[in-house]
Write a protein that binds this ligand. Structure first.
Ligand SMILES: [Zn+2]
Length: 262
């Protein structure tokens, strides 16, 4: 398997995964023409398709396809044996089978089922391309190929993206309106009611001084101003090192006096 072919397939798969929400296991509808080409090119469908898509697959066919292949008889006898190996998918025509192409096309129209198509039939391929969201597998020069997404598919992908964004902006506008309505119902300025006991927090308040103004501490003098307000003034404290220095001088002096008297 060539790396370029494999990489190209992965790129196409990514497109279908991103824009049309395809997820493994991929459901692949096979017809007799694909089985005939696989037989002719000695391709093992069961092995090669999962290997090429690098994921799990469900290979399916329908009762209408099998019926038509049986009717064609010996000309495609080998293809008939190959197609009968795959599980029969319910198509809704079990009682009254229709042509293989019409049956497959009716299935492919169910977009939400995310079917792949594997065919060599040109008419069916053309019809399927018009749907734009169906990945198409075909056989060319002994290899399975996933067709490049059609221009219509890319256009549809862009369209669906735009639709998504439109819906998104619409939702945004609706949300905006709802918010506006909600804010109108509420008064503009509502003060929050304070819970708990009223008055200032007792823990954050200073204790009231029970000391009378004439019994002030040694460090503070309380003077009464003319307007009756109290004014606090601080007395300067003598630093300890100076106190110690004076004490030393005093003791030295007393020692000198004692020595002179004796
Ligand atoms: Zn059918």
């Amino acid at each position: 398997m060539k790396i370029t072919r494999y990489k190209r397939a992965q790129r196409h798969l990514l497109f279908y995964r991103n824009y049309f929400d395809f997820r493994p296991p991929y459901q692949i509808i096979l017809d007799a023409t694909f089985c005939q080409a696989a037989l002719k090119n000695k391709i093992n469908i069961k092995e090669q398709i999962p290997k090429y898509l690098n994921d799990d697959v469900k290979l399916l066919t329908t009762v209408c396809v099998v019926n038509e292949t049986e009717r064609l008889g010996h000309s495609i006898y080998g293809a008939m044996l190959v197609i009968k190996q795959f599980p029969i998918h319910k198509c809704g025509h079990e009682k009254n089978p229709i042509s293989a192409n019409d049956c497959i096309f009716s299935l492919l129209q169910r977009k939400e089922e995310h079917y792949f198509l594997a065919t060599q039939d040109q008419d069916l391929t053309e019809r399927t391309r018009s749907l734009a969201y169906v990945p198409i597998l075909f056989i060319k020069t002994n290899t399975i190929i996933l067709e490049q997404p059609a221009v219509e598919a890319k256009d549809k992908a862009i369209e669906s993206q735009q639709r998504f964004h439109q819906v998104d902006s619409h939702q945004f506008q609706t949300l905006k309106k709802l918010k506006k309505i909600e804010s109108l119902d509420k008064p503009a300025h509502v003060k929050r009611k304070r819970k708990g006991p009223k008055g200032p927090n007792p823990l954050s308040c200073k204790k009231k001084k029970s000391v009378a103004p004439n019994k002030a501490s040694s460090n503070t003098n309380v003077a009464v101003k003319q307007d009756g307000k109290k004014k606090r003034t601080r007395t300067k404290r003598i630093p300890n090192h100076i106190k110690r220095m004076f004490q030393k001088i005093e003791s030295d002096l007393s020692l000198k006096q004692q020595s002179s008297s004796s």
